[in-house]
Design a protein around this ligand. Structure first.
Ligand code: 13P
Ligand code: SF4
Length: 339
């Protein structure tokens, strides 16, 4: 997978050769109970993103969006951080808290958006605009963060852009859809890298039109990684935590059509058991609004990862040294904005 450093690619290959991911477990083993035991034994904390499967979210110590997960990773006093999410999230946790052991149950849980911005190409692009401030969405590789001035997530992106003086030109990478949304929202004319998320570009306009017509009181809610034509018709646009909050607050709305990865619906149902949540339909027949990377993590892999304390995220020292300040700056601006 291209978002892995050569060292990590080698580590993954070794794990696979040794059959780590296929280690058989006792039939009928209660993974949830075993994971709880391992958590205590190893003083581990499980951080899970909203796009994980329900059982993983339920066993986690913290479930949240990319910003909340970064804040938790920075503050935790646990010895081991088990990241139920994707590679860039676990890398971010390691950068923010390098003395901790950070585990990712499946090292191949990557991100199509992070992969759409290879650092060697971005370095060349950046050279053309060397007076620009680089704002990168946190969904990028650790190496890209070494080329970034300040990071953002979808929860704090507007505040991050607004923290930069108005006359300072900006490059925004890697998500072009979030970038276009931010240009509209902040009125800033930014240079946009042309990357995107495979999950948020899969929705079918035609099927959504039919679905909304047959559910006239439903609200369409969308993540800003979706394409502009979908965002234009959305009743609410927000990060995963923003979408979740909206569904809790809009108590008179009984049906929501959800245009983001379907894992978030697990928490939406918990918050609003009286409401119906319909995943926005993709433009084909597969379950493509499920992120294949996020869904690589399973309860079995979580258990094995904690038991063997593998696979571990290991980053070269220069990456931690040069890549962490853009995340620190993001956390400072977020804290000032009360996020
Ligand atoms: P947020 O949870 O920060 O909205 O990010 C969504 C996402 O794409 C994570 O991969
Ligand atoms: Fe990456 Fe998209 Fe999956 Fe999030 S949903 S991890 S942005 S591919």
């Amino acid at each position: 997978m291209s978002s892995l450093t050569p060292d990590l690619t080698r580590a993954t290959a070794t794990l696979e050769k040794n059959g780590y991911l296929n280690i058989p477990t006792e039939p009928g083993l209660d993974f949830a109970a075993e994971i709880q035991k391992l958590k205590k034994e190893k003083n581990a904390v499980i951080l899970a993103h909203y796009y994980q499967d329900g059982p993983i979210q339920d066993i986690a110590d913290y479930v949240g969006d990319s910003l909340g997960l970064s804040q938790q990773a920075e503050q935790t006093e646990a010895d081991v951080i088990v990241f139920a999410g994707v590679h860039f999230m676990a890398e971010t946790a390691k950068m923010l808290n390098p003395s901790k052991k950070v585990l990712l149950p499946d090292l191949k849980a990557g991100c199509s958006l992070a992969d759409s911005c290879p650092p060697h190409l971005f370095r060349k692009y950046k050279e053309k605009y060397n007076d620009h401030t680089v704002v990168s969405y946190i969904n990028c590789t650790a190496e890209l963060k070494t080329l970034t001035d300040i990071c953002c997530t979808s929860t704090n992106a507007v505040q991050i852009i607004e923290s930069i003086p108005k006359d300072q030109p900006i490059i925004f990478a890697p998500d072009i859809n979030l970038g276009k949304y931010l240009v509209k929202k902040t009125g800033r004319d930014m240079k946009l890298w042309n990357g995107s998320c495979m999950v948020h570009e899969i929705f079918s306009d035609e099927k959504i039109t039919k679905l909304m017509a047959s559910n006239p009181s439903a609200k369409l809610i969308a993540h800003p990684e979706c394409e502009p034509q979908l965002l234009e018709r959305a009743d609410y646009i927000g990060s995963t935590s923003g979408l979740l909050r909206y569904t809790k607050e809009q108590t008179s709305v009984k049906t929501f059509v959800v245009a983001t990865e379907a894992g978030i619906i697990h928490q939406m149902i918990k918050g609003r058991p009286d409401a119906e949540f319909i995943p926005a339909p993709p433009d084909n027949t597969c379950a493509c609004n499920e992120c294949p990377h996020m869904k690589r993590n399973t309860m079995k892999k979580l258990y094995l990862s904690m038991k063997y304390e593998l696979p571990e995220i290991i980053l070269p020292e220069w990456i931690i040294k040069e890549g962490t300040s853009c995340i620190d700056r993001m956390l400072e601006v977020s804290a000032k904005a009360g996020l």
